[in-house]
Design a protein around this ligand. Sequence first.
Ligand code: ZN
Length: 279
Amino acid sequence: MTTPAIITVAITGSVPKKENNPAVPITVAEQIESTQAAFEAGATLAHCHVRNDDGSTTSDPDKFAALLDGLRRHCPGMIVQFSTGGRSGKGAERGGMIALKPDMASLATGSCNFPTRVYDNSPDLIDSLAAQMLEHGVKPEVEAFDLSMIFSAVAMEKAGKIKGPLHVQFVMGVKNAMPVDRPSFDFYVDTLNRLAPDATWTGAGIGRHQKTLVEWSLERGGHVRTGLEDNIRLDKDTLAPSNAALVEQAAALCPRYDRHPASVAEARRLLGLELAAAA
Ligand code: ZN
């Protein structure tokens, strides 16, 4: 019998459409359509940012609300996760969408360097975003860009700042942060298993490493993330035609590791998430 793997689709990248891949969905309507196709291809968790129609960054809660509403209608049961990362505004405004009660929100539990800047997550900001998630019953996905962020998340769970069990995403391949390195990846997995045996985890590889992390994660019993936010290519010569195409690629890798794409019910059970009441 195979075990379920939750496929996360990270639908929208950070670069304006014209410099990227025309398949990246920008408007809320495009995002809903792209996510529905990815959902039908086997993704059960959508990681979302919202953008202005010209592709620039916004943290507009109205856009997040419209996206949440559309996804709940078109992708029944799909887990919706909003990003509180640096592209969702500055400082406390990064948590402006938590009150909308998506199923999950991302929570980086430390700072690191990104390709051209510092990804700045002060202890106060982390605590305040975590407190808003607790208040609104939103499950955090801990974004671990390095090892210390795993230890911080475990400490926050022990202190009651994050409701367990933890769900952690190991992010590898961001320039100037953690590279894609198999011994380090294995150490992440072993460390999380040791410190928080009931935790679940996902591996996310950026750029050309996306498929590598999918394979490693399937092999080690984790969950996987794919999508045009992290990588715009199917392989080095081919632009991905859609988020769904990347989800299909991840789903096709599952049987090789005795895994299958999780159903909505399996994904929700694994993450301890009840189905949101219809609005
Ligand atoms: Zn993101």
